[in-house]
Design a protein around this ligand. Structure first.
Ligand SMILES: [Zn+2]
Length: 1111
């Protein structure tokens, strides 16, 4: 297959033409590291379609031996299962007008049939391709790890999860294992006969995947699976699954009668992994005193104590032990990455960061590599010198910093100085670290409100103004300060811009209109950015008047880029001018006023307001960035007014199905034709295009970053709005994008206001630059996040808040050193909310090993998924979706194959063996592959996909974990006596029950799903209505009722919400009513109606790939 689809963009881009992932048959193998020039990916293979390969059913065979971690062919049966239930068409009532924020209403098109994503032919091709893959060598220097046990004797306990199911399956619990914790999924899943009930309801089950496949005529049944006794070993540390060696080699399998599926309880459960970690490490103190130690999972609550390495709240790594050499790294292909959330929120029971102030001398830094003083510096010569842990340079200790060493060579002030004993701390920066060597001014917030017709009529403008009156009293401030130093300013706009003078000495606010949007300038120097305390009455007056002022507007067109431009320019305006400058300005402005009719206040029609021309701008020509800040833009429509940044509607419907030439010409018009490489644009061409921004927003974004201007965007679209273009500046400046589809005041206000409140009050840093330094032998090569890079090392963020994470990939330069380990120092230079220039330092030390098993043993799947998601979502900008999916599949298979070959006990080819730390990697990877960004189905609006893409790019590990594998809680069995949140259950329809009620949340959306026969008491308790039929699904919140059940549930909702950056709107979904289709997309272990394999199918597929790699 052609490789021409590649466009340079590591790590996806550097494969060699003609080399499939593992080369064509008999070709030499370049088993490269992810993204390495020698690495490669397989020629496009049907990604999602692989899912449809059916497989055998679990057989009721004898119990596995004790300590089972290995799931053998014993769990398969010759393909003679009874036909699975046929998926029913959904027969519910027509959808309500507002089915939810995320997706279009379930359409008849997709209702008609669950799309067949795996035509037999593609499966056949897949099989052929898979069969043709070979691995000739694993490269040099790969002594297989002797101990097959990577040290996690905790086996994956799949079969223990569901006792009732086990009995059914004849797979009793392994007797030697301790009973699962009381709050494990055991009890919760033990609803009687869930799957049959659920399917009776006409909701197609996840499993008999594709009805169409069952209709393929004339093909013999597949080879089938024969029960075999597995090679169970109590000593086996890795979780192992065994699949039949004779995986269906081709389409023949497709024709058999629908087969029973693999018992879902026998495959690794994410919930079990989460619960096990909670049981083992939850509620404890985790001290970061050991290099390379693996922290508790991101889902486990514990108290973190900084003892020399950064808290996992700030840095999480894909592995805590790096391979010693680049050859090893290439062999394993485990991404070496750190997910850094430099301003992560810290709970009250943990210590906030110390602030170190060395006065005018500033921080102590290595002369050569400029690393900051930290616990990795080694003091020598009686304390007069120190050796840098990063570059090994010997430095003199500055006299002011000198201290004697104790008998073990440690400075006697070791524990008195945060920079000697802690993983994270801050320095006060000197003027050398400031723009123009001048201390920064406190940052500013500028509120910019779209006052076009729709926003006025919907009541949105009034809602915003009313809320701001309250919110401005809650601006963030430094811990020790009584009031916020942040200044505020106000702009409204439609086709023109209105600036407001809210200087405290004014009796009334003044408005100045700028109609020249082609080259925006700020028409006032003083009185635009003010201290709210001082200008309270004028600002309040303004916010009262804005809705009135534009009440009669009929302007529906808007501008957008000039709005950002104006906000950025306003931050540059100097508030302290020389006398001469003031005189000059007064003259210029006076002449402008004369020309245009004088000043205005609110009694004057805006249209005849002062219209400054560019002459007034003369003053600001030489202006330097005067303060950093954040724009809050509230915008509703595609900016089609004649102005820079004007956007065209290029919704997918218009571009889909156009021929290549048309796509080309559309691209050329938008100036992005340079992305096109020759003739290979056809895959997903239109979709690909639509992720690319139109117009010149990139240049604007760069300007904003340079000016320290962060752009927060609140979008309220009721049709296509081109999120990919409009969100770009937000993305590059470290801002946050919010989107409220079809915003309705009554149902959506609370979600929006909650988001706005959180955002305004967020702790954050402004005008930030981040640098990641490493010890010798490796370096940071790639960065993913809401940020901008002007060069290869400095991550620039106009602002960075507590929820933003940058994912950094590392590559080897050289051999690492096992003794000194792999050290990472992340330094963020920024301006604090109080206007102080500071440097925030996070240090973490990782181990290095020549044993691959050590690398696998310390992997963290949640961080891996964060890395994979961001690297893939970055790649979709210039690569076909299918290529991106294939690379993910391939790399997953490579990582697992390498483990099986080098680290696991010898096992039959037929066995799927997963490292303990990666046993849920397949399920998460599958969730990523079928996320709406990568799935590429036209059913989901382009804007929604661009939105989710952007969100994920900025997420930390906890957020990606929840986003890709939602939380699903059974709430019908709440323990009212306990404060605890009930244990989650797996995201599969089989886990639901008709008599139950379930809460699902993924960080963006939240659903309350109600089974058709849920008890009337529960309905009464939650909704205060007598029956299921009385429940309104229009509500977006639960009523406040005075009963323990309702209170408890509300408490849980608040708890889930409290830790998440986005407010989740609650949707109430009744079983067998149409909006249920939305909900079902979040049951990520099931086959997705939009295409995307079930977890079980995916495992089979991955296993097949691994087997091919190792054969
Ligand atoms: Zn150094």
């Amino acid at each position: 297959m052609s490789q021409q689809g590649y466009v340079a963009a590591p790590p996806y881009s550097q494969s060699q033409p003609g080399i499939g992932g593992f080369g064509p048959p008999n070709s030499p193998i370049h088993y490269g590291h992810y993204g390495d020039p020698n690495s490669s990916y397989s020629a496009p293979q049907p990604g999602v379609s692989k899912s449809a390969v059916p497989f055998g059913s679990p057989a009721p065979v004898g119990p596995p031996p004790p300590g089972a971690q290995q799931f053998s062919q014993a769990s398969f049966q010759n393909g003679s299962g009874t036909p699975g239930p046929q998926p029913h068409r959904f027969q519910g009532p027509s959808p309500p007008s507002n089915t939810g924020p995320s997706y279009r209403p379930y359409s008849h098109q997709s209702q008609a049939a669950f799309p067949n994503t795996a035509p037999a032919s593609s499966t056949a091709q897949l099989a052929d391709q898979l069969n043709s893959m070979q691995i000739n060598s694993y490269g040099p220097g790969t002594a297989p790890s002797s101990g097959a046990s990577p040290g996690h004797p905790v086996a994956f306990q799949g079969p223990r999860v569901l006792p009732s199911a086990q009995q059914q399956m004849g797979l009793p619990p392994a007797p030697q294992l301790p009973p699962p914790p009381a709050n494990s999924v055991n009890g919760l899943c033990a609803q009687p006969a869930l799957p049959p009930m659920a399917r009776q309801g006409g909701i197609p089950g996840p499993v008999p995947p594709n009805p169409n496949l069952q209709h393929l005529p004339g093909q013999p049944p597949g080879p089938g699976y024969h029960p075999q006794q597995a090679n169970y070993g109590p000593q086996m540390a890795a979780s192992q699954l065994s699949y039949p060696g004779a995986f269906p080699g081709g389409p023949a399998q497709l024709s058999g009668p629908p087969q029973k599926k693999l018992d879902p309880d026998s495959i690794p459960s994410p919930i079990q992994v989460i619960e096990n970690d909670k049981a083992a490490r939850g509620g404890q103190i985790y001290a970061t005193n050991t290099r390379g130690q693996v922290p508790p999972l991101v889902t486990t609550n514990c108290v973190i104590q900084d003892q020399g390495h950064a808290s996992p709240r700030y840095i999480r790594c894909t592995t805590y032990c790096f391979p010693l050499t680049s050859d090893m790294a290439k062999q394993a292909r485990i991404p070496l990455a750190a997910v850094i959330q430099p301003f992560a929120a810290v709970p009250p029971n943990e210590t906030p960061l110390y602030l170190v102030n060395h006065g005018e001398t500033g921080p102590v830094r290595c002369n050569r590599c400029k690393a900051y003083m930290c616990p990795f510096m080694q003091f020598i010569e009686g304390g007069r010198r120190y050796q840098c842990g990063f570059c090994n340079c010997i430095n003199d200790v500055p006299p002011f910093f000198f201290q004697h060493l104790d008998h073990v060579g440690r400075r006697i002030d070791h524990y008195e100085r945060p920079e000697l004993s802690l993983g994270s701390y801050e320095y006060v920066a000197t003027l050398d670290y400031c723009r123009d060597k001048k201390p920064p001014k406190p940052p500013a917030f500028i509120f910019m409100i779209d006052v076009s017709y729709r926003n006025i009529k919907s009541g949105l403008v009034k809602l915003i103004c009313d809320e701001l009156k309250i919110l401005l009293d809650k601006l963030p401030r430094e811990e020790q300060e009584e009031s916020s130093a942040i200044r505020v300013g106000f702009v409204t706009y439609n086709k023109v811009l209105h600036f407001f003078n809210v200087k405290s000495s004014l009796a009334q606010p003044q408005m100045m209109v700028v109609t020249d949007v082609a080259e925006v300038f700020v028409p006032l120097l003083d009185g635009f950015l003010v201290d709210f305390e001082e200008s309270r009455s004028v600002v309040t007056n303004l916010l009262d008047q804005i809705p009135e002022l534009f009440a009669d507007t009929n302007e529906s067109e808007t501008i957008f880029a000039p709005v950002i431009q104006a906000g950025m320019e306003a931050l540059k305006v100097r508030t302290f001018l020389s006398v001469r400058e003031v005189e000059y300005f007064v003259n210029v402005v006076s002449s402008a006023l004369c020309l245009h009719g004088g000043s205005v206040d609110f009694n004057v029609e805006p249209a005849i307001g002062v219209e400054f021309n560019k002459r007034a701008n003369v003053v600001s020509l030489e202006q330097a960035a005067e303060c950093a800040g954040k724009l809050f833009i509230f915008h509703s429509s595609l900016p089609t007014a004649e102005a820079p940044g004007k956007l065209k509607n290029r919704d997918d419907k218009k571009l889909l199905n156009t021929d290549k030439e048309k796509v080309f010409s559309a691209l050329s018009e938008e100036g992005t034709a340079s992305y096109i490489a020759e003739s290979v644009w056809l895959y997903d061409a239109s979709v690909l295009t639509l992720f690319q921004p139109q117009g010149n927003y990139e240049a604007l974004a760069k300007d904003c970053v340079t000016s320290g201007c962060c752009v927060n965007l609140f979008l309220f679209p009721n049709q296509y709005i081109d999120v990919a273009s409009m969100g770009l500046v937000t993305m590059y400046t470290g801002g946050t994008l919010y989107k409220y589809n079809n915003f309705q005041l009554d149902t959506d206000s609370s979600q929006f206001l909650s988001d706005l409140r959180k955002d305004v009050q967020k702790k954050m840093g402004f005008d930030a630059t981040m640098r990641v330094r490493t010890s010798t032998g490796f370096r940071a090569t790639d960065f993913f996040g809401a940020m901008y890079m002007n060069n290869t090392t400095d991550v620039e963020m106009a602002a960075v808040d507590c929820d933003k994470a940058v994912t950094v990939e590392f590559k080897h330069d050289d051999k690492l050193n096992e003794d000194t380990g792999a050290l990472i120092q992340c330094a963020v230079l920024y301006t604090s909310m109080g206007g102080q220039r500071r440097i925030r330092i996070h240090n973490i030390g990782l181990n290095c090993s020549s044993q691959l098993a050590d690398v696998y043993r310390t992997c963290e799947t949640d961080a891996l998924i964060n890395f994979f998601a961001k690297s893939a979502f970055k790649a979709v900008l210039n690569q076909p979706l299918k290529t991106v999916r294939d690379i993910l599949m391939n790399q997953t298979a490579h990582m697992l194959a390498c483990y099986k070959k080098n680290c696991a006990s010898p096992a039959a080819v037929s066995q799927l063996i997963l490292p303990d730390t990666m046993k849920v990697l397949p399920v998460y990877m599958n969730c990523l592959l079928k996320s709406c960004v990568l799935a590429g189905r036209p059913e989901i609006p382009t804007d929604e996909r661009a939105f989710q893409r952007q969100l994920v790019m900025a997420m930390g590990v906890a957020d990606t974990q929840l986003f890709f594998y939602p939380l699903l809680l059974p709430i019908h069995s709440l323990d009212l006596k306990s404060d605890a949140v009930p244990a989650a259950i797996r995201c599969s329809e089989e886990r639901l029950s008709e008599g139950g009620a379930f809460l699902l949340a993924n960080g963006l959306s939240m659903f309350l799903w109600l089974g058709a026969s849920v008890s009337p008491e529960l309905i009464q308790g939650l909704f205060n209505v007598p029956s299921f039929a009385h429940i309104s699904t229009e509500a977006t919140s639960l009523p406040d009722l005075d009963n323990p059940f309702s209170k408890k549930l509300k408490h849980i909702l608040a708890q889930i919400q409290s830790q998440k950056p986005y407010t989740m709107k609650l949707m109430i979904v009744k079983q067998r009513e149409q909006p249920e289709m939305l909900f079902r997309q979040f049951l990520v272990e099931d086959k997705n109606i939009y295409g995307g394999a079930s977890y079980v199918d995916f495992l089979v597929c991955i296993h097949k790939e691994i087997s091919q790699l190792l054969s």
